[in-house]
Ligand binder design. Structure first.
Ligand SMILES: *Cc1c(COP(=O)(O)O)cnc(C)c1O
Length: 411
C-alpha cells in the first residue's frame, strides 16, 4: 500500500523530475524523436497506411509479434509511435496508446479494462461528454457507474464494491477547477482493488504528473494544450505496460486510432508545451486576481488563488494553477444570471466564443448551456455549475488586452 505523503511546493519540482534522465523541458523537445536514413531533424510524417515486409516469413513474424516493427497504421505508425514515446516520457509512463480523440481515449481505457457487470466510480465534476459516455452509453452496455463528489474521499470509499475496476477523476475539474488529492484517492482505489484514472487535460505533464503521485492511468485530450493551437483532435491513454496491453488491444481491433498527420502536429505542439503552459498560467493568475476585484463578479474559481478551497492541496501537486479561470457573473439590472453571463460573452471582441480550450487564442464559454447542456439541471446544480458561470481558457494574448475585452465587468 502506498504511504500518504504531503508534498510541499519546494520539493514538488524535484518529485516531478524524479526518475527522469533529462529535465522535462528537454524531454518535450527531444524524447521519442527518431530519424530515417535521410537524417531529418524534425520528425517525419508517415502518411501511409501499410508497411512492406521483406518476405512472407517476416510478415508472419510481425503479425505474430515475435519481430517488432510496423504493420498497418491502424495500430502501428512511426509518427504516432514518436508521439506516444514523447508523451510517455513526459508523464513518466511505461506506455502510451494514442487515440483519435480525448473521448476515444476514455472509451479505449474502459473497453480495455472493464467488462459488462463491472463497476466504475467517477467524479460528478467531469467533462460533460464524459458524463454522457459513462452514465448513458457505457451503462447501456452493462457498466455500472456511480458518480460521487471529487472532493469527498469518503464518498469514494463508500461507493467502491468488489466489482469496482476504475476510479475516474479530472483534477482540476472542468469547469470549476476543483482539485482532488490524487495520492489519497489512489490509496482508496488500491485498497478497493481498483485503478485510479486521472484525466490530466487541464494541467498536462508540464504542470502535474499524476503517475508520480500514485495514479495508475493518465488520460489526455491532446486536442487541448498538447496541440496548443486549436488544430487537431487526438487523445492518449498512459500507464504501465500491463495495463496498456488490453487498451492497445481494443484500439488495434476497434480502430480508434490517432491519424499520423495529427500525431505529427502534436509532436510539434509538445516541443513548446512547457513555455506555453508557463505563459498560460502566468496570464491566468493575473486575470483571476483582476476578476476577483471586479464589482460584477461574485466568485472566481482558480487553483492558483488563495481563495480557492483546495489552494494548498493544488499547489502541492501542481506547479501552477494552469490556464483555466471560471467565474460567476452577478445578475445585473433585471437580468437573470444567464442573461448577464451571455451579455458579458457577447460584449467581447477579442476573446473567441467557443467551447474549446488550450488554444493560443483565449476562449470564453457558458458551461451551463454548452459543454454541460446535456447534463440535467439537477445534476448541474449538484456539480455547482450555475447559470451565471463563465469559463475562460486564457490564451497567449497580452493580459491587458484580455482585461480590456472584459470591460463590461468593471462598470
Ligand atoms: C475536451 C475534453 C475531453 C474530450 O476530448 P476530445 O479530444 O474533445 O474528444 C475530455 N476531457 C476533458 C477534461 C476535456 O476538456
Amino acid at each position: 500500500m502506498l504511504e500518504r505523503v504531503f508534498l510541499c511546493p519546494e520539493n514538488l519540482e524535484e518529485m516531478m523530475n524524479n526518475n527522469l534522465q533529462f529535465h522535462p523541458e528537454t524531454l518535450s523537445v527531444r524524447a521519442g524523436s527518431e530519424s530515417t536514413e535521410y537524417g531529418e531533424n524534425s520528425e517525419a510524417l508517415f502518411l501511409n497506411s501499410s508497411f512492406r515486409f521483406k518476405s512472407a516469413a517476416q510478415a508472419a513474424a510481425r503479425f505474430g509479434g515475435t519481430e517488432p516493427g510496423n504493420i498497418y497504421s491502424r495500430f502501428t505508425n512511426p509518427t504516432v509511435t514518436m508521439f506516444q514515446n514523447k508523451l510517455a516520457a513526459l508523464e513518466g509512463a511505461e506506455q502510451c496508446v494514442a487515440t483519435s480523440s480525448g473521448m476515444s481515449a476514455i472509451l479505449a481505457c474502459v473497453m480495455g479494462l472493464c467488462s459488462a457487470g463491472d463497476h466504475v466510480v467517477a467524479s460528478r465534476s467531469i467533462f460533460g461528454t464524459s458524463v454522457q459516455l459513462f452514465g448513458n452509453i457505457l451503462k447501456r452496455w452493462g457498466l455500472d457507474v456511480t458518480f460521487v463528489s471529487l472532493t469527498e474521499p469518503d464518498e469514494w470509499k463508500d461507493a467502491a464494491t468488489a466489482k469496482t475496476k476504475l476510479f475516474f477523476v479530472e483534477t482540476p475539474s472542468n469547469p470549476l477547477t476543483e482539485v482532488c488529492d490524487i495520492r489519497l484517492l489512489a490509496d482508496i482505489a488500491h485498497q478497493a482493488g481498483a485503478h485510479l484514472v486521472v484525466d490530466n487535460c487541464f494541467c498536462t505533464p508540464a504542470i502535474q504528473r499524476p503517475l508520480a503521485l500514485g495514479a495508475d492511468i493518465v488520460i489526455h485530450s491532446a486536442t487541448k494544450y498538447i496541440d496548443g493551437q486549436g488544430r487537431c483532435l487526438g487523445g492518449a491513454v498512459l500507464g504501465s505496460k500491463a495495463l496498456m496491453e488490453p487498451v492497445y488491444g481494443f484500439l488495434r481491433t476497434a480502430g480508434v486510432t490517432m491519424s499520423a498527420f495529427n500525431a505529427w502536429v502534436f509532436l510539434k505542439g509538445l516541443e513548446t508545451l512547457h513555455v506555453r503552459m508557463e505563459a498560460h498560467a502566468k496570464s491566468a493568475l493575473a486575470l483571476a486576481t483582476w476578476l476577483e476585484a471586479q464589482p460584477q463578479v461574485s466568485r472566481v474559481h482558480y487553483p492558483g488563488l488563495k481563495s480557492h478551497p483546495q489552494h494548498t492541496l493544488a499547489m502541492s501537486q501542481q506547479l501552477s494553477g494552469g490556464g483555466i479561470v471560471t467565474f460567476e457573473v452577478k445578475p445585473t439590472s433585471g437580468k437573470t444570471a444567464q442573461e448577464s453571463a451571455w451579455a458579458l460573452i457577447d460584449s467581447t471582441q477579442l476573446i473567441s466564443i467557443t467551447a474549446n480550450l488550450g488554444d493560443a487564442k483565449s476562449t470564453i464559454t457558458h458551461p451551463a448551456t454548452t459543454t454541460h447542456s446535456r447534463v440535467t439541471p439537477e445534476a448541474r446544480t449538484a456539480a455547482g455549475i450555475s447559470d451565471g458561470l463563465v469559463r475562460i481558457a486564457v490564451g497567449l494574448e497580452h493580459i491587458e488586452d484580455l482585461k480590456a475585452d472584459l470591460a463590461l465587468l468593471t462598470s
